[in-house]
Ligand binder design. Structure first.
Ligand code: NZQ
Ligand code: ZN
Length: 386
């Protein structure tokens, strides 16, 4: 175990009717003007919007809407939200959606209280914002675990960068499995695969000796794999859905990261691929992971071999470490295919004309926990993914 401090600021309300039961007491602590932020309109079709508006109205709040937050939210959208918040003296932000809405609002909450450009503050002067409009999250699409942390992934179209920005933690997160039942199955699977990826990226960090966090992580991975299969077998299985929602939260609430430095190289590469192609995050990860992991051998063999046995059920009898490591990557690749996620960039309309050189050259190179990659090797990986 590395040295750590654990502090967790988000109150989680999980389960049936979580909004109805808990939003009134949270809203009682908030100021009068509430920004209701959401995406492209799914909340209006599934009734969540109407339910939240009636809870806000009953609490005597004045509602200011910030709508149309797109998947892979842009920095321009952040500025639009900040302008609305400033002009209306918003006291509290209620973000309703998946990772995109939840991330966008984390930066809106900071940008609304300063004239300083947040991107410039974080990437130019290496500072972080210190003042935020308080916020609550209502999760309607799970997977990213964005409601559990203060990192936001924002696309700066002008700079052609999809990068992490540090914003505010939510005061609370409402996780009602019923709210996610209208998610398209494609999004359920890509979201859950994102959670599996977060667990893997954390596991592949350092130190490479397995610690307590890694053992919880192995259980999280087994749970996600099992419940993806259960959700595919029965899309109406709310029990499987509820397991996936909490596994997504666990993968990003810091618990699995305790005592570790994380890896996240696959994520950094997918984010830059997203900056150039605006592609679905979980689907992009599905294509990249097996190829990138083959490039992590033999350096990562020890961790891969353990995953083969502990997560994928391989029999270690008579097998070498490198055979087990290969078995893990094969199992992961076969699973991606089995659950209908893409296995090549060409399947998701990303062609050889894409500027892979620029993507590789602008990808953040992470600490290199199992292996330190170079931009040249990331370029090779991208071309192999075609
Ligand atoms: O916009 P609406 O109409 O609401 O539709 C959304 C969107 O099209 C739809 N949706 C959401 N809830 C629904 C629903 N449709 C029907 N019923 C519901 N209940 O789902 C679509 C996808 O939503 P989105 O929020 O874009 O997906 P996701 O949660 O996967 O978030 C992706 C973003 O999060 C970032 C990604 O890079 C990407 O920008 N990430 C954030 C992380 C973080 N902050 O910790 C970690 C991740 O690694 C990730 O990078
Ligand atoms: Zn992710």
């Amino acid at each position: 175990m590395n040295t750590f401090t654990y502090n967790y600021p988000v109150t989680v309300y999980f389960g049936e009717k979580a909004a109805e039961k808990n939003l009134p007491k949270e809203l009682a602590k908030a100021g009068e003007t509430v920004m209701l932020a959401y995406g492209g309109g799914s909340v209006k079709k599934n009734g969540i919007y109407d339910e939240l508006v009636s809870l806000l109205t009953a609490a005597g709040k004045q509602i200011v809407e910030f709508t149309g937050i797109m998947s892979n939210p842009t920095y321009e959208k952040v500025q639009e939200g900040a302008k609305i918040a400033k002009e209306n003296n918003v006291d509290f932000i209620l973000a309703v959606g998946g990772g995109s809405v939840i991330d966008c609002c984390k930066i809106v909450s900071a940008q609304a209280l300063t004239d300083e450009d947040i991107w410039e503050l974080e990437y130019g002067r290496h500072g972080t914002p210190t003042r935020f409009i308080p916020m609550g999250a209502v999760v309607t699409a799970f997977g990213t675990g964005a409601e559990m942390n203060n990192g936001a992934v924002i696309t700066n179209t002008e700079k052609k960068m999809k990068s992490p920005l540090w914003g505010s933690f939510y005061s609370f997160a409402i996780l009602d499995p019923a709210y996610t039942m209208s998610m398209p199955m494609k999004q359920v699977i890509s979201g859950a695969f994102d959670s599996l990826s977060h667990s893997l990226e954390t596991y592949m960090g350092s130190p490479r000796e397995i610690n307590y966090s890694d053992e919880i992580n192995e259980a999280t991975q087994r749970n996600i794999i099992r419940n993806i299969r259960a959700s595919l077998a029965d899309p109406a299985d709310i029990r499987a859905r509820s397991e996936l929602i909490w596994a997504a939260a666990m993968a990003e609430n810091g618990m699995l990261k305790i005592g570790k430095v994380t890896d996240f190289q696959c994520h950094m590469l997918e984010h830059q691929l997203g900056a150039y192609t605006d592609f679905n995050h979980g689907q992009g990860l599905a294509v990249l992971h097996p190829v990138l992991y083959r490039h992590m051998m033999p350096e990562a063999n020890k961790q891969f071999a353990r995953l083969a046995v502990e997560v994928w059920g391989a029999d270690p009898e008579g097998k070498t470490e490198s055979e087990l490591a290969s078995a893990f990557v094969d199992s992961l690749a076969a699973f991606i295919k089995e659950i209908g996620l893409p296995t090549a960039l060409s399947e998701i309309n990303i062609s050889a004309d894409t500027d892979f050189r620029a993507i590789a050259d602008t990808t953040i190179l992470t600490g290199g926990c199992a292996k330190k990659f170079t931009a040249d090797e990331l370029y090779e990986i991208l071309t192999e993914c075609l």
